[in-house]
Every structure is written in structure tokens, then in C-alpha cells.
Design a protein around this ligand. Structure first.
Ligand SMILES: [Zn+2]
Length: 259
């Protein structure tokens, strides 16, 4: 009896009979690009836990208030897109109904230096990060104030920079493999994807080029030309002309090896 063909996990390199497919950008963010036979069970558990944190904590307000990324949320709640905010104080519950078109929508943006491999900065174990809240409405503050205490529920963001940087690594790495093939470069970012990289800023950072207008699509992924490295630009929520990040996913193969 012939053995089942084995495939190699893109993260840990182990050979398995069965690997799961990988959404380059999570299904929960309406990512549509899929890499088949990508991840072993162990690695999948790690990368999906990181992704779930980002989706359910960091971007939950944005996903729900825009309605754009909350397919499952809507299904569960039937036809209503409204929010019910319940605040309990001294045993008294106050319920506030917030229609989706009055909700204060915003998402977090991280401000990062250019990846160390690009700008030549010495590797550091510190995660150098600043962040800002990117509001989607010019009257964001008024919307928050108008809701009183319930408005605070919309301004609560839980940021875990390392998880977000890992997710960016996974997006960029799986995109590069999807587009270029597994044997076209030497990967550098598996530890970043698995959240074991101690120097994430070496590989992932902020974009150094002017913003690109891509209002026609939910996200934008593209390669940057570089002599030595495979470099992927990741712009989530590009329809809002959002902040872009850059990931150095691997080293280009020597020309002699590639022929
Ligand atoms: Zn694996």
C-alpha cells in the first residue's frame, strides 16, 4: 500500500500526511487568498490563537462598528446590526441601544520603525512601537460623548503588539509562498509567525514610502523590490487608506542556485 504523499509545514518544516490550509489574511477580516497544505496542527494552533486575539480584542470594535468584517456577528444576531451596551453599577443595569450608523468606529494603528534589515539598525529585543487610534468619522469624539458611559465601550482597545507583529509576519510569509512558491527564497520569519522571535523589529516595521490609495479593496498586499530580501508590504483595511507595514520574509536565493 502506497504511503500518502506528505507535505511540509511552512512554519516548522515538519513533514505530515495532512496539513491544514491557511488563509493569508484571516477569514474574519474577509481575507480571500488561501494557501493549501500549509500548516501542521501544532503551528496552526499557535497562529490561529494569535489571529483570534487580534480579531477579537484589537479589532473587535472596528469589525463590529463597520459591519464590514463581522459576518458571523451579524448571523448570530439576526437582522439587527445595532449594539446593546449593558453597564452595571451598584447592582443596577443600564442598557443602551446603539444603531450601527451612530457607533463610533475606529481601529488601532501601530507606528513602527522601518524593519532593521532594511535600514541597517542593530537588532533589538525591544518592541519599538507607538500607536494611534484611527477614527473613521470626523465626529468620532462627539459620537463617543453622546453615548455617555456606554461610549467608553467603543474606545476600549486591547493592544498586544507582539501578537499583531506575528500576524503581520504570517500574512506576509504565506503571501510570499503563495505568489513565489516554496523554493524561491530562504525564509527568515517562521519564528516571527510563531511568536518566538525575540527581535521582531528586525523583520517587521513601518512602511517608508508614501501611502498608496487603494480604496477599491479591503486589503492590499504587494512586494517591494529589494536586491537581497523578499519584502512584502501589508496594508490591512486599505479602503480606509490605512497605515501600511513592511515585512522582510526571506533572503533571495543566489542567482546561481535559482537557475
Ligand atoms: Zn508546523
Amino acid at each position: 500500500m502506497a504511503d500518502k504523499p506528505q507535505s511540509q509545514c511552512i512554519y516548522c518544516g515538519s513533514w505530515k500526511d495532512k496539513l491544514s490550509r491557511e488563509h493569508v489574511i484571516a477569514d474574519g477580516l474577509k481575507g480571500t487568498i488561501v494557501l493549501p497544505n500549509a500548516s501542521c496542527e501544532v503551528c496552526r494552533d499557535v497562529t490561529s490563537a494569535i489571529e483570534l486575539h487580534c480579531l477579537r480584542k484589537m479589532f473587535v470594535v472596528f469589525r463590529n462598528t463597520t459591519g464590514l468584517y463581522s459576518k458571523k456577528h451579524k448571523k448570530r444576531r439576526g437582522s439587527s446590526s445595532d449594539f446593546t451596551i449593558t453597564i452595571e453599577e451598584n447592582g443596577v443595569e443600564t442598557v443602551t441601544e446603539v444603531p450601527i450608523n451612530e457607533a463610533p468606529a475606529a481601529f488601532l494603528e501601530l507606528h513602527l520603525p522601518v524593519p532593521g534589515l532594511i535600514n541597517g539598525a542593530a537588532p533589538t529585543t525591544e518592541t519599538q512601537v507607538g500607536f494611534g487610534v484611527r477614527a473613521l468619522h470626523t465626529d468620532y469624539q462627539e459620537r463617543v460623548m453622546k453615548l455617555g458611559d456606554a461610549g467608553l465601550a467603543f474606545t476600549h482597545f486591547e493592544l498586544r503588539p507582539r501578537a499583531f507583529l506575528s500576524m503581520l509576519g504570517k500574512i506576509a510569509y504565506s503571501f510570499a509562498i503563495k505568489q513565489l512558491g516554496r523554493d524561491s527564497f530562504t525564509p527568515l520569519v517562521q519564528p516571527l509567525c510563531l511568536n518566538t522571535e525575540t527581535r521582531p523589529n528586525t523583520y517587521v516595521g513601518g512602511d517608508w514610502k508614501p501611502p498608496i490609495e487603494t480604496p477599491d479593496r479591503p486589503h492590499d498586499l504587494r512586494f517591494y523590490e529589494h536586491d537581497e530580501y523578499v519584502v512584502v508590504r501589508v496594508q490591512l483595511f486599505s479602503e480606509y487608506t490605512s497605515h501600511a507595514y513592511v515585512v522582510v520574509v526571506g533572503t533571495k536565493l543566489e542567482a546561481s542556485n535559482a537557475v
